[in-house]
Design a protein around this ligand. Structure first.
Ligand SMILES: [Zn+2]
Length: 253
C-alpha cells in the first residue's frame, strides 16, 4: 500500500460506525481526499482537536487499490483556526465562518485533482482567522478570490461601455455580471456601491492578512454578500447549508 504524506486542510468529517470518522481533506499536492480516521470518535483519540474544519495539518495516509476511501495514519496540526478562540468578539465571529469557508472549498475542489492556488487561498484563510483578521471582510475577500480562481468572477469594468465602476455598479435581475448605472437596464437590480467596488479592486492585490487597512462598511459588505451569493448559487447550482446558517444566526441576534 503506498503511503503519502502531505500538508492538508481539513474540510469536514462525518461519523463512521461506532468509533470512526470519515475525514474530507484537501491535500496540497494531490487534491481532495476522503479518509477513514480510526477511533476518531473515542474520547482519548489521537485525532482530538485535529479535525476541526479549516485546520491546516500534516497528514499521512494509505491508498488502497480499487477503493475511494484512503486510510489516515496521522493528522498533526500545523495551524488551527481555533487558535483565535476567545481572543475577542471578532475572533469568535471568525470561528462561526470556518464551516462556511470549508464548505465552499469542499464544493469547489475536484476529487483527487491538485489545485495549488485553491490550496494556498484556503491556507491563507487559516492564518488570517488565527491572527484575528476582520471576519466580514475576510468572507467577502474569500468569496471574491474563490470565484476568481474558478474564472467565474464578473469583470470589474462595464461590459457595455468599458468604464470602471468608480460610481458603483448594478447586477441586473437574473444576470450574473456588473454593469455601470448608465448601462443598467431599466427595472433596477442589485446595487453595489462605489465603496464595495473599491474594496474588490484593492482585494485583488492585497494579502488576506492585510484586510485591516481595507475599509468596508457593513452595508457595502451586505451588497457584496448578496451579489456573491447569487454567483455562488449559479455556479454550484444550489445554496450552501452553512451560508443559510450564517444568515439565520445574524437575523436571530
Ligand atoms: Zn456602462
Amino acid at each position: 500500500m503506498p503511503v503519502y504524506t502531505s500538508e492538508a486542510l481539513i474540510l469536514r468529517t462525518y461519523k463512521l460506525g461506532e468509533a470512526d470518522r470519515i475525514v474530507v481533506f484537501l491535500t496540497r499536492d494531490r487534491g481532495k481526499k476522503r479518509g477513514v480516521a480510526k477511533g476518531a470518535r473515542r474520547a482519548r483519540s489521537r485525532y482530538t482537536g485535529a479535525l476541526e474544519p479549516m485546520t491546516r495539518a500534516g497528514v499521512a495516509y494509505y491508498e488502497r487499490e480499487q477503493r475511494e476511501l484512503v486510510r489516515l495514519n496521522y493528522v498533526e496540526v500545523i495551524r488551527s483556526p481555533m487558535a483565535a478562540s476567545g481572543r475577542n468578539e471578532q475572533s469568535d465571529a471568525a470561528l462561526g465562518h470556518v464551516g462556511y469557508f470549508a464548505e465552499l472549498i469542499d464544493e469547489w475542489a475536484p476529487e483527487a485533482h491538485a489545485d495549488e492556488r485553491l490550496y494556498r487561498l484556503g491556507s491563507s484563510m487559516v492564518d488570517a482567522i488565527a491572527d484575528g483578521a476582520p471576519v466580514e471582510r475576510l468572507a467577502r475577500y474569500f468569496e471574491y478570490w474563490l470565484l476568481r480562481l474558478q474564472g467565474v468572477y464578473p469583470a470589474l469594468a462595464c461590459p457595455g461601455c468599458g468604464r470602471a465602476f468608480e460610481h458603483g455598479a448594478v447586477m441586473p435581475p437574473r444576470d450574473h455580471l456588473y454593469v455601470c448605472r448608465r448601462c443598467a437596464p431599466p427595472g433596477g437590480g442589485l446595487g453595489v456601491s462605489a465603496e464595495a467596488m473599491r474594496f474588490l479592486g484593492l482585494a485583488g492585490a492585497a494579502a488576506p492578512g492585510r484586510l485591516d487597512g481595507l475599509p468596508l462598511a457593513p452595508r457595502a459588505s451586505r451588497e457584496l454578500e448578496t451579489a456573491h451569493r447569487r454567483l455562488i448559487a449559479l455556479h454550484l447550482d444550489k445554496e450552501l447549508k452553512s451560508a443559510r446558517v450564517l444568515r439565520e444566526m445574524r437575523s436571530a441576534f
